[in-house]
Design a protein around this ligand. Sequence first.
Ligand SMILES: NC(=O)C1=CN([C@@H]2O[C@H](COP(=O)(O)OP(=O)(O)OC[C@H]3O[C@@H](n4cnc5c(N)ncnc54)[C@H](O)[C@@H]3O)[C@@H](O)[C@H]2O)C=CC1
Ligand SMILES: CC(=O)C(=O)O
Ligand SMILES: [Mg+2]
Length: 373
Amino acid sequence: MIVGILKEIKVEENRVSMTPAGVEVMTQHGHTILVEKSAGAASGFTDEMYLEAGAEIADTPQEIFSKSEMVMHVKEPQKSEYDLMRPGQIMFTYLHLAANQVLTEAMIRSGSVCIAYETIQKADGSLPLLTPMSEVAGRMAIQQGAKFLEMSKGGQGILLGGVPGVDPGNVLILGGGVVGTNAAKMACGLGARVVLLDTSLDRLRYLSDVMPKNCFLLMSSPATIRDRIQAADVVVGAVLIPGAKAPSLVTRDMLASMKPGAVMVDVAIDQGGCFETSRPTTHGDPTYIEEGVVHYCVANMPGGVAKTSTLALTNATLPYALEIASMGWEAAVRENPEIRLGANVVSGKITYKGVAEAFDMEYTPVSELFQDN
Ligand SMILES: NC(=O)C1=CN([C@@H]2O[C@H](COP(=O)(O)OP(=O)(O)OC[C@H]3O[C@@H](n4cnc5c(N)ncnc54)[C@H](O)[C@@H]3O)[C@@H](O)[C@H]2O)C=CC1
Ligand SMILES: CC(=O)C(=O)O
Ligand SMILES: [Mg+2]
């Protein structure tokens, strides 16, 4: 199969969807890899490195879209790309469609086969292509929270770890999945007092076995959030209902009870955000203040540490890219239930329930779109 690797064009997105090491594996399996000129530069990979790994270099995104059977991105296609996608072409990337109706409609209009990294799911419920970036974003959330607590950044001037004789800061984490656990590990390591909430008792039981003593685990409910948010210096939004719009857990009213200059990091912003007052921001202009509280809502946090993230992402995506390229989308979707759950929009139909429900649109099981139907 001819596979195209686009240069990312979302604001300050520095990742690339395949490393030269990944290209080498794909070409060894007989695939042709077209890499857009300078696509890997910000992640530390030159065009020469891609050529050496067996790729061909394409000068423009137009060339990638016109020649490739499968196009890979990291982030969702941007507006300038909507009309370049072709019917039947596989788009393999993060999409987060339930948070973006304009994008969903563009993907429907394109007639392409949209397989979203973030909804590929294993039988145990885990999300193998979201996990590495959630690990990055969870760890980064505390780094950003600590930074924006500094007074010159609009924060209240608290050092998360405290010092001998002075209290550490309070960190409240909503959601104890991959993002939440990684955030908790970092915050605990700094010496903060950490409260982590989840709705799954089993998950809380597991975390109580593995987390350090300065991590307190509580059942999530509106009452608990209302209560604990008052003392929080940093709040991390880390909930997920796979493929669906994030539930709104922190209301504007609750902000009034918070400390002025506290920092809220809404990692779940890519699925719409879990604070009522969240709206997407960029690495270039990452924060704004609502009700005296600093909001950090960058939807592509891992793009800020691209050298780490690109390697972590290719480690996870490569086996799936190889399978789809080797089998074609239909056989891969038929035979691998993990990849089937990645199919969000196929040939103009929404094939993922959470996306159809988000916009009250029609849902079509992907099996109805197989050729022998
Ligand atoms: N902004 C960014 O750059 C990035 C954002 N993300 C996003 O972060 C979010 C979290 O991802 P993961 O941790 O990988 O998901 P996950 O599925 O591992 O964890 C989600 C957790 O939320 C819990 N949960 C659901 N409803 C809840 C509620 N009402 N209260 C408390 N907990 C609740 C679930 O039980 C689960 O443990 C997703 O929206 C993901 O797309 C991930 C990576 C990068
Ligand atoms: C998960 C995601 O959206 C990101 O890494 O940007
Ligand atoms: Mg994102």
